[in-house]
Design a protein around this ligand. Structure first.
Ligand SMILES: Cc1ncc(COP(=O)(O)O)c(C=O)c1O
Length: 344
């Protein structure tokens, strides 16, 4: 069976975790601080604060930007519910924007349509590893929370995503680019905002009282993220090689392939194709020993029973994510390709 996602651990990962275990310092310590510096420097911003999930990173980002009751936060409708949850955690109101059906991302045009005088922030994911037109979104003048859960390492005109917004977040969930089980990071060049995030991440030994959280990660998880971060460039190269096998092989197969607009570097966290009958296709792939998934389980407007998101519907009804990860061999990629062609 070729699984849809696979975590590849090597001896370097095991040695890094073992070193932490032997040190006796399991909770947040120096390995976490070092990861914060490394992540900030990778993305090209001044500060990073590690937390225990991408969801926690979104939650603290919203609080640090001053989003609360009565504020509206714009998010795409075609994304996972983590974004919606974070908005509800702070008692704000989500405002959904439809996506661009070609890139699966939100754009400045779609955002502009839903801005009101209550808009306090926009959360902008770069879906499946493809950056959106982030410059145009930033120039709208609304505080931008860049969600790089899918896209750490991707660039726009050579500049890393995550460095454009007022604040950005990463996720270290097991199957993500820097997967370590669970974990996340808030990144920003704004010192005040980062100090708020640092303060809210930990409740212990504070002079004043306010509602704070235990959103810390352990040195064990940080060690694992750090070794994966050392291999990030290599793992992006491997993903691109597999994507290129798929893109060449499927050129004439009658399916919609991922786009890569000029100046935007796709890192292929997911390789998503659009086809006519995804449920049946996935079943037939499974019979051939290949696991595929819907890349977004259900769009947000469907959870909220809101009509009027035709592009999100159109993509959701047709999208399938096929296996792509650094440990997938070329032989496996060709086997997947053959299976897709046979089924289609
Ligand atoms: C775009 C996006 N943002 C945020 C998250 C939340 O990350 P986590 O699972 O680490 O809470 C996810 C999770 O898959 C995601 O896909």
């Amino acid at each position: 069976m070729i699984p849809h996602s696979k975590v590849a651990l090597d001896e370097e990962d095991i040695a890094a975790v073992t070193k932490v275990l032997r040190s006796g310092q399991l909770a947040q310590g120096r390995v976490v601080s070092s990861l914060e510096e490394k992540s900030a420097s990778l993305i090209g911003v001044n500060h990073g604060i590690a937390v225990n999930s991408g969801s926690a990173a979104l939650h603290l980002s919203l609080l640090s930007v001053g989003v609360g009751e009565g504020s509206e936060v714009i998010v795409p409708s075609y994304v996972c519910t983590a974004l919606l949850n974070a908005i509800y955690y702070v008692r704000a109101t989500p405002v959904l924007a439809d996506i661009d059906p070609n890139t699966y991302n939100i754009t400045s045009g779609k955002i502009r349509k839903v801005i009101t005088d209550k808009t306090k922030a926009v959360i902008v994911p770069h879906m499946f590893g493809l950056p959106t037109h982030i410059d145009a979104i930033v120039s709208l003048g609304i505080p931008v929370i860049e969600d790089c859960a899918h896209s750490v390492g991707a660039t726009v005109n050579g500049r890393k995503v995550g460095s454009f917004g007022l604040v950005s977040i990463l996720s270290f969930y097991a199957t993500k680019m820097l997967g370590a089980g669970e974990g996340g990071m808030v990144l920003s060049g704004d010192r005040g905002l980062i100090e708020t995030v640092r303060d809210l991440r930990d409740y212990d030994e504070k002079e004043d009282y306010r509602v704070r959280f235990n959103y810390k990660i352990t040195d064990i998880q940080a060690a694992l993220v750090a070794t994966r971060l050392n291999r990030l460039a290599d793992s992006i190269d491997k993903r691109k090689q597999i994507a290129s096998i798929y893109s060449h092989g499927l050129k004439k197969a009658g399916v919609r392939l991922p786009e890569e607009p000029e100046g935007k570097e796709h890192i292929y966290y997911r390789y998503v194709i659009l086809l006519e009958n995804p449920a049946q296709f996935m079943q037939e792939m499974l019979k051939k020993g290949i696991e595929c998934r819907r890349p977004v389980f259900k769009p947000l407007h469907r959870y909220l029973s809101k009509p009027g998101f035709p592009a999100s519907d159109q993509v959701w009804e047709r999208a399938v994510s096929i296996p792509i990860y650094p440990s997938l061999t070329a032989e496996e990629a060709y086997r997947i390709l053959d299976a897709i062609k046979t089924i289609l």
